[in-house]
Design a protein around this ligand. Structure first.
Ligand code: WTA
Length: 632
């Protein structure tokens, strides 16, 4: 074996260790992870108690944790408000005129909000919510493209105890409708359009179609970006600017019990129905605050750029709440990494002097395809800390990301989920890295790899990733479906089962290998196979459908569907296209299968359950394993 091959082989095995530079460690809040971690888990409640005191509370807690397995209450008896901590906490000191948000539009527009200005906008919006009669506990659906109003609306809801449900603006009308219905939202906030690679995406007609069937919706507020503005049907439809115009820029944040719901965020699971993950003010605030601070080593002079969309959990926790709780300067940009050219993000990093850059493996692989000449055109020397989220990052993409950004900036491969609210398994900047590994648990977090019965597995044996103790930002329930919440904690007794397959190496480093269930990750987006199947089956030509995730070079996974047609239907390119269009209409672009095979039958168990595992093994040319239960 040649030298290169040996190096490659050890890379694949995960032998390469990338140590932090002396400068990185010297600058870091946490310089000795092992010691701090041991201390944090020796008494997690004392640890979180100490951290929570870095934030402001209206009244203190009687107890840090009330753990009634599997139900948790954190900071029992305390009152607080996350919006107050994101804004008011900074307004009393020098951060009042510090830049909070720099927003760059796809068309190159720029909008800058200081903490003072952001607070004024949020307060106006909170007063406008009150003027509509919205009160604590009511739900508002926010269906906006990536524009600052999305952030303003979220914080305004939080300010008065209204629960927001942000829906990613790529979802189609039926998907939006089911989310509005489940939440029984009284208000929907939307925009006339979004932009995607200069294409105008009309959002208002999607909302019209969705809201037509939602009795709960009293008002639709529309941010009008295009000139002349589209017509609105008063009194139900209101222009955003008019809505805020008469409102005062002062609105006291309501002191809320720490366990008051902050938001619902719908995410895909193993059934066709998305789950409304519920997060609360107190614990979520503490968890997102601390992880943002320690994982990214966030300091007051940093410029923090996270490429997510607030429509997903990464946007909630690491564009909006975590960074604002820390008083950070946040850069957020509408649009794709390769539009108008593949230098887009590198250009923004240079232009704004970004020091912390948080992105996804899919985006890295996409930019890799365009070549190193793109990042080389720009001065990226302001970068200090890098991040990755949403799916496993393959060592090849890791090495590229590391090299083109200067070769010395640590990459924080952060593992977490919508349900966990905060990053749980992750390096800190001072921790030695292994490309492709999310390394070890965050402070105060206890995790393991176990078998089905909950027995911890020896090093290098693959099993299920579990979290063995409650943590402050954990979801509190699934909206209107507590039984579904219970499954996370009852699948393997006494621990939270994440649904990921994983192994730990000899150093206790976690290597995530993908989902153990029927959830697929396409470009980091979470999609349930059952959702795509039910969309396909609702097409008049389809009798049955099965969907699997298949490895894809850029997107991590791609959707592949197997479809049985109804009697009398025939395969044709038009029909295949028709099926794709149908999924587009039912769910949205992210859920459209890349490949559809028409098949005469599907492998099933005797009880009629489709064996996706067998389909997948066959597709990938692998051994399907035990197929004794198969019928056809
Ligand atoms: C996957 C996204 C490997 C994992 C924040 C998890 C990851 C699911 C990583 C949650 C990572 C997220 N390495 N896999 N660093 N980060 N995942 O709810 O399968 O959209 O269960 O939250 O993404 O997806 P969700």
């Amino acid at each position: 074996m040649g030298h290169d091959e040996k190096a490659l082989e050890s890379l694949m095995r995960g032998d390469r260790v990338v140590s932090p530079t002396a400068a990185t460690t010297a600058a870091a809040y946490i310089q000795d992870y092992d010691a701090e971690y041991r201390r944090s888990i020796a008494d997690p409640e004392a640890f979180w108690d100490r951290i929570a005191k870095e934030l402001e509370w209206f009244t203190p807690w009687r107890k840090v944790l009330d753990w009634n397995y599997p139900w948790a209450k954190w900071f029992v008896g305390a009152t607080c408000n996350i919006s107050y901590n994101c804004l008011d906490r900074h307004l009393n000191g020098w951060r009042k005129n510090k830049v909070a948000v720099i927003w760059v539009g796809e068309q190159g527009e720029e909008r800058i909000f200081t903490y003072g200005e952001l607070a004024r906008q949020v307060n106006r919006c909170a007063n406008a919510l009150k003027a509509l009669g919205l009160k604590q506990g009511d739900r508002v659906t926010i269906y906006l493209p990536k524009i600052p109003e999305q952030i303003v609306a979220m914080l305004a809801c939080a300010r008065i105890g209204v629960i927001h449900s942000v829906v990613y603006s790529g979802f189609s009308a039926p998907a939006l409708e089911s989310r509005i219905k489940d939440a029984e939202s009284r208000l929907v906030i939307t925009a006339d359009v979004g932009y995607d690679r200069s294409k105008v995406i009309k959002l208002k007609p999607v909302v019209d179609q969705a809201v037509a069937n939602c009795g709960s919706v009293e008002t639709v507020v529309v941010v009008r970006r295009e000139k002349p503005g589209i017509a609105l049907a008063a009194p139900k439809e209101v222009d955003w600017d008019d809505w805020l115009a008469g409102e005062k820029p002062v609105c006291e944040a309501v002191p809320l019990d720490a366990e008051t719901p902050l938001y619902i965020l719908y995410t895909s699971g193993t059934t066709g129905k998305p789950k409304g993950v519920v997060h609360v003010h107190g614990g979520y605030m503490v968890g997102t605050y601390l992880t943002t601070k320690y994982v990214f080593d966030l300091k007051d002079n940093d410029v923090y750029f996270c490429v997510a969309d607030p429509g997903w959990v990464t946007g909630h926790s690491y564009i909006v709440y975590g960074p604002l709780l820390n008083g950070a300067t946040i850069l957020t940009a509408e649009g794709k990494p390769d539009y108008p050219n593949p230098g887009r993000w590198w250009n923004l990093i240079e232009r704004y002097g970004v020091s912390i850059f948080y992105t996804t493996p899919t985006a890295v692989r996409l930019l890799m395809k365009y070549g190193e000449e793109w990042p080389r055109k720009y001065d990226l020397s302001s970068l200090r800390i890098l991040g990755s989220v949403g799916e496993p990052i393959n060592p090849e993409a890791w090495e590229w990301y590391h090299r083109v950004t200067g070769g010395t900036k640590p990459i924080m491969d952060t593992w977490w989920q919508t349900e966990t609210g905060m990053i749980l398994i992750t390096p800190l900047p001072s921790v030695p890295l292994k490309p492709g590994s999310a390394t070890r648990p965050f402070l105060g977090v206890e995790a393991d790899v176990v078998d089905r019965t909950g027995k911890p597995l020896p090093a290098n044996e693959g099993g299920f990733a579990v979290i063995t103790k409650p943590w402050p930002a954990m979801m509190r329930t699934i909206y209107k479906d507590p039984d579904r919440y219970l499954t996370y904690w009852h699948t393997i007794p006494n621990c939270y089962t994440a649904g990921d397959v994983c192994r730990k190496d000899d150093d206790g480093y976690f290597w995530f290998m993908g989902r153990a269930d029927d959830v697929i990750k396409v470009a980091g987006n979470r999609i349930g196979t059952a959702e795509v199947e039910s969309a396909l089956v609702s097409h008049p030509a389809v009798a049955e459908a099965a969907v699997i995730g298949k490895p894809h070079k850029t997107a991590g996974e791609a959707i592949k569907a197997f479809v049985i047609l109804k009697q009398g239907e025939h395969e044709s390119p038009e029909l295949i296209q028709g099926l794709k269009d149908h999924v587009l209409q039912e769910l949205g672009k992210i859920a459209v299968p890349q490949e559809i095979d028409i098949v005469p039958s599907l492998p099933k168990t005797r009880s009629g359950k489709i064996m996706r595992r067998v389909l997948k093994a066959k597709e990938l040319g692998q051994d399907p394993g035990d197929i004794s239960t198969i019928e056809e």
